[in-house]
Design a binder for this molecule. Structure first.
Ligand code: OOG
Ligand code: MG
Length: 251
């Protein structure tokens, strides 16, 4: 069975698999990721955007991977703000605070004048549910890229106009679980500024054929480490951007 099939089956059956062979190059890993997405799209899932990974030191240190990566989102991963997610739909889910951007125009990465940041029209507080398809969340760079960067779910709070949102470079980010603060950080942890991460998306999109379309959502990468997603209420607040919440349900 090829790697894309194994990863896709692991996600569908909620059963972790061993890491891929060492021989997989980064380019191969992105090809596998595209194959995994093609299988999801063939089942009727619609592409809705992209997500950056390892844009913060906290995440790099937690996972032992030190290069920015990109994955792809589908509508099936979206959990409504204030809604709930069944933990049984995942293998060993974790949750992390994110900032989400929405693009208002297509970005053609092959156009030398292309610019992701000038295509941004809206921003929102967000959370990502990650769920590695590998046993014990153990992977190397190629493994996690092939596994669509552990993408499993995401929640987006109320969108605000990007134009009037102000400087997003150093906003406090806090996640509370059942009302008690569990994570605290700053958007400055995202490559110094979330817009630096968004600008870095262009090169990744060009190299690895990641589409960037009008209406797409892009997660800029977690500002803090991830924590286990267990039964309970998770709320993330980004200073002057509002909050977003989700409930983890048993079963
Ligand atoms: C990979 C996904 C990393 C982020 O925000 O840095 C990521 C993982 O941690 O399993 O989504
Ligand atoms: Mg993330």
């Amino acid at each position: 069975m090829n790697a894309a099939t194994r990863l896709d089956d692991a996600q569908q059956h909620r059963e972790a698999i061993p890491q891929l062979d060492e021989a997989v190059s980064l380019a191969d890993a992105y090809r596998i990721q595209h194959e995994v997405l093609a299988r999801r799209h063939a089942r009727g899932e619609r592409p809705v955007g992209a997500k950056l990974g390892f844009t913060s030191r906290a995440k790099m240190v937690q996972m032992g991977v030190s290069e920015i990566i990109v994955g792809q989102l589908t509508d099936a991963m979206l959990v409504p703000d204030g809604g709930s997610a069944r933990l049984g739909d995942y293998i060993h889910p974790r949750i992390e605070p994110e900032v989400a951007f929405r693009l208002g125009a297509d970005v053609d990465p092959d156009d030398p004048r292309a610019d992701v940041v000038s295509a941004i029209v809206a921003v929102a507080p967000a959370m990502e549910i990650i769920d590695s398809r590998y046993k014990d969340f153990s992977f190397n760079l190629a493994d996690v890229v092939a596994d669509n960067t552990s993408a499993a779910g995401f929640v987006i709070g109320a969108w605000q106009s990007f134009e009037t949102a102000g400087d997003l470079g150093n906003r406090a980010v806090r996640m509370a679980v059942d009302g008690a603060e569990r994570l605290a950080g700053s958007t400055a942890a995202i490559l110094g500024h979330p817009l630096t991460a968004m600008a870095a998306l262009l090169g990744l999109a060009r190299r690895y054929a990641i589409p960037l379309r009008a209406g797409d959502i892009v997660l800029a990468g977690a500002a803090t480490e991830a924590i286990p997603f267990a039964p309970g209420h998770y709320e993330t607040r980004v200073n002057a951007l509002g909050s977003v919440s989700v409930r983890g349900l048993d079963g």
